[in-house]
Design a protein around this ligand. Structure first.
Ligand SMILES: Cc1ncc(COP(=O)(O)O)c(C=O)c1O
Length: 378
């Protein structure tokens, strides 16, 4: 089936009892059993829930995986995948990943004896030498917030060359633009909170696999650790993915107007967006993705200028998160990436003047007018 058809139909059949076209919200904690050991395959809702299962099948189809497992947030999905490695294992992470991922790795999982190394993964050849031995490689591409691009196929080779796993956080691109499993990744993770849901009204996460052994492990973690996605949130994301194929082109169409506007503006410094031909890894991104997405970051030179701009926007909303139909602006240094120390942010190039914009689906002219008037305020 084509991508749009899968968005709308994969994992979903009319309800067998009523014929309801939309998968119902199975809001139950348990299921009646017919006798000891005799039941319809449903025992307890932490383990089995048909709304969640429909979403998992839908997301597996969209990412081209064999199965998917949904969790209560993107970070809960991340934590579940990290149970693939235990004490004494080494995880290499592309630098400038989402601050919450960095915080989970360095402030919680490191205490369990997992070693983490954060490296620039946008240069795969140099990377293989620098990385040394590792058991799991975790990348974002584009990275958050500097939009660095990592070559998924090349890094899959590096990882598999030493029997390590490659995990790709595909939140920024969504499977509409990029399907990492087809490029060799072993697991794809999303914060479904973002583009997959698309309406800024649900927090969730998913891990999609292509190897049944990884699926078995994640199914076990769902049940044994319990950080599952609720039936209602599953239903919301399922509703969101129905329009993913309509929203993503619109997000990008707007980004194609906003990014050049920002880069031409005299008050704006460097603009980070993989759609610019001069982006250092534009060619790699073009090879592995079908679009450039709607995440842009840009430098306003100082925290004061960034603050004045962020307070001056009217149509855009100052807020954490991304990927909704409404345009959101944020300040990585004090918001999404506050978990990094100042020296860590300085070393990565996440300056105090950096602003991130998640371009929504409004009229592009209205967005440009709003950004223009806000830039006039600094
Ligand atoms: C790229 C990326 N991955 C993961 C997460 C974590 O997702 P959640 O907030 O759903 O836990 C975020 C959140 O902003 C993110 O931007």
């Amino acid at each position: 089936m084509g991508f749009a058809t899968d968005c709308i139909h994969a994992g979903q059949e009319p309800d067998p009892i009523t014929g309801a076209v939309t998968v119902p919200i199975y809001q139950t904690s348990t299921y009646a059993q017919e006798g000891l050991g005799r039941h319809k395959g449903y025992e307890y809702a932490r383990t089995h829930n048909l709304t969640r299962r429909s979403l998992e099948r839908n997301l597996a189809a969209l990412e081209g995986g064999t199965d998917a497992y949904c969790f209560a947030s993107g970070l809960a999905a991340t934590q579940a995948v990290l149970t693939f490695v235990g004490a004494g294992r080494r995880v290499v992470v592309s630098d400038n990943v989402y601050g919450g991922t960095h915080r989970l790795f360095t402030k919680i999982l490191a205490d369990y004896g997992v070693e983490f190394a954060f490296l620039d993964a946008s240069d795969p050849e140099g990377f293989a030498g620098r990385a040394g031995r590792f058991d799991l490689l975790w990348i974002e591409t584009p990275t958050n917030p500097l939009m660095k691009i990592c070559d998924i196929a090349a890094l899959a080779e590096v990882a598999h060359g030493q029997e390590a796993l490659l995990v790709v956080d595909n939140t920024f691109m969504s499977p509409f633009f990029q399907r990492p499993l087809a490029l060799g990744a072993d697991v794809v993770v999303h914060s479904t909170t973002k583009f997959l849901n698309g309406h800024s009204d649900s927090v969730g996460g998913v891990a999609v696999v292509r190897d049944d052994r990884h699926g078995e492990r994640l199914r076990f973690v769902q049940n044994a650790a319990g950080g599952i996605l609720s039936p209602f949130d599953s239903w919301l994301v399922l509703r969101g993915t129905k329009t993913l194929h309509l929203r993503m082109p619109r997000h990008e169409e707007n980004a194609r107007v906003v990014a050049p506007f920002l880069s031409r503006h005299p008050k704006v410094g460097t603009v980070h967006w993989p759609g610019f031909p001069e982006h250092p890894n534009h060619e790699v991104h073009t090879r592995q993705a079908t679009g450039f997405g709607a995440m842009i970051s840009f430098d306003l030179g100082s925290v004061d200028a960034a603050g004045r701009f962020l307070e001056a926007v009217r149509l855009c909303t100052l807020g954490e998160s991304l990927g909704g139909v409404e345009t959101l602006v944020s300040h990585p240094a004090t918001m999404t990436h506050a978990g990094y120390t100042q020296p860590e942010r300085d070393a990565l190039g996440i300056s105090d003047g950096l602003v991130r914009i998640s371009v929504g689906c409004e009229d592009a002219d209205d967005l440009v007018s709003d950004l223009d008037q806000a830039l006039a305020a600094i």
